[in-house]
Structures are given as C-alpha cells and as structure tokens.
Write a protein that binds this ligand. Structure first.
Ligand code: SF4
Length: 285
C-alpha cells in the first residue's frame, strides 16, 4: 500500500518559509495514502499560482493548465476515465477570478471530482495584488487606496450553485484538512473545500494569529450538515466569525450518472498504468 512519500515527486517545494501550502501539501498526500490509493490512480489538475506549482511537487498524473482552468481539465479527465480519483487545485485568484464560471458550472453539473482552493486572499505569485476574496478596503500595490469591491463568498457561491459537498478548512490545522480531504474524495459528486491559507510574504492582515482569533469548528457547534438553510446561514456569517469543517453534504445524481453513454462507456478502457504513451490517443478509445 502506498504511503504519503509515494505521492512525493523528486522536486523540492519552492514556497516561501511559513507558507500555508507547506501544510496543505502533506495533508493532501496523507489523505490519498490513508484512502489506500496509489499514485497511478490519481489525477491532479492545477491552474496558475503559488499553489498550482504543486503540479511539480506531487507524484501522480498531474496537469499544470492555464489560469483558471484546473476544473475543465479535471472534468475532461473524469469523463474520459471514471476510475481515476480526480483532484483539481486552484488559488483564490485563479479559481474565483479567471476560473469562477468553471466553479459555478462544475458545481451545477455535480461532476464527481474534488476541488481544493488554496485561499490566501491575494494574487501572490504576481507579488500580492487583490483577489476576489481580499477583504474590502485592503491596501495592496494594485489598490493603494484600498479595495472597493465586496469580498467574494466562495462557500455561499458553491452552495447556491449546486455543490453537494461544501467545506472550509485552515492551513494551520493539518488534522482537520486531512480528514476533510478524505471525506471529499469519498463523496460522489462535486466536493469543494475552501482552504484558508497563510501567505507569509504578502498578506500581513490575514495572518495565522488573525485566523486563530476568528475561526471556530462546525463539528463542535452542533451544525446540521444536511440542511442547506443552516449551511447558507453559516456561510453568510460576519467576517469575524469564520467557520471551518463540513458545511453541507447531500446526494444528487452526478453529470455522468445522467448520461448512460458516458457512465457505461468511458473513453479510456485500459487500466491507466498499462498505457503506452508512445501510441496515439486513438489507440485507447
Ligand atoms: Fe506562499 Fe505567499 Fe510565498 Fe506564494 S508568495 S509561496 S502564497 S508565502
């Protein structure tokens, strides 16, 4: 059986010291190993950003796509080969800026993939401009007088768009993240986890201490994960009361389940570890 080391590539992560990605990365690998998966059973897709550089650091079938496009690539992979565990990764700029329409429509379709957004509330790869989840009034190099936009609410957006698994975690809590990622992968349908991630280099407001003062755990508050009304109410909490844990989980037919020709006839029929990449794609149809 694989261990988390089996999901580690030969490239050393290049994130800044103290970056929250250093916690999300081992939590994801641990979750995959504890579910008994092997690297050849997992496909991971990424957009562009600090977190998406993870495409180099995980050992699995990885696809480093363009800005905001980790989800459509993940959807294509899952529809072509239903046996793969497919995980899409994005940052908040990538996923809620350039990729926001894919977020909404993948949730509507209830595609059977897991979506992990590393939400550090900035475009950090390009040196710290505001992103959709930056707090209103936040001053950066691109907003010297403060952001004028309302802060984007990823949890509420996922809920009203039809996601059947909606959760939030914090890069300072590896244990909770690991358990939520395992649950998300096991969930049949679109599973979204917004991971509040520390950016030590550019985000001097939403720091580890800032989150620690505001975060509470839903599992300790008697939250009913089957109630959409409760989930919406929690998602709309004020900025000083930040929920982590599972907000909502429901059963609904997936996109592929509704199309027998897709559900029963995946494009890729052979086990992926037997693919000879020197042959053309048509060989495997
Ligand atoms: Fe992490 Fe921020 Fe450095 Fe990017 S800039 S690697 S998000 S600490």
């Amino acid at each position: 059986m694989a261990t988390d080391k089996d999901f580690t590539s030969t490239y050393k992560p290049s994130w800044c010291p103290g970056c929250g990605n250093f916690s999300i990365y081992p939590a994801t690998k641990k979750a995959l190993a504890e579910l008994g998966l092997d690297p050849h059973q997992v496909a991971m897709t990424f957009g562009i950003g600090c977190s998406s550089n993870g495409a180099n650091f995980f050992k699995a079938y990885n696809f480093h796509s363009i800005h905001g496009r980790s989800l459509p690539v993940a959807v294509g992979i899952k529809l072509a080969n239903h046996d793969l565990t497919v995980i899409a990764g994005s940052g908040d700029g990538d996923g809620f800026g350039e990729g926001v329409s894919h977020f909404i429509h993948t949730a509507r379709g209830n595609l059977d993939i897991t979506y992990l957004v590393h939400d550090n509330r900035l475009y950090s790869l390009t040196k710290g401009q505001i992103s959709p989840t930056s707090m209103k009034g936040m001053k950066t190099k691109s907003t010297p007088f403060g952001s004028r936009n309302q802060t984007f609410n990823p949890l509420a957006t996922a809920l009203v768009s039809g996601a059947t698994f909606v959760a939030q975690s914090f890069s300072g809590d590896i244990k909770q993240m690991t358990e939520l990622i395992k649950k998300a992968i096991k969930h049949k349908g679109f599973a979204f986890i917004n991971i509040l991630q520390i950016c030590t280099t550019f985000n001097k407001i939403n720091t580890f201490e800032w989150y620690k003062e505001r975060i509470y755990k839903l599992e300790e508050s008697g939250h009913d994960t089957g109630s959409m009304g409760n989930a919406i109410s929690v998602a709309m909490n004020d900025a000083d009361k930040i929920p982590t844990g599972l907000l909502y989980q429901a059963e609904r037919e997936t996109f592929a389940d509704q199309l027998p020709q897709i559900a029963e006839t995946p494009l890729v029929k052979q086990p992926v570890d037997n693919i000879d990449v020197s042959k053309s794609f048509d060989t495997y149809r």
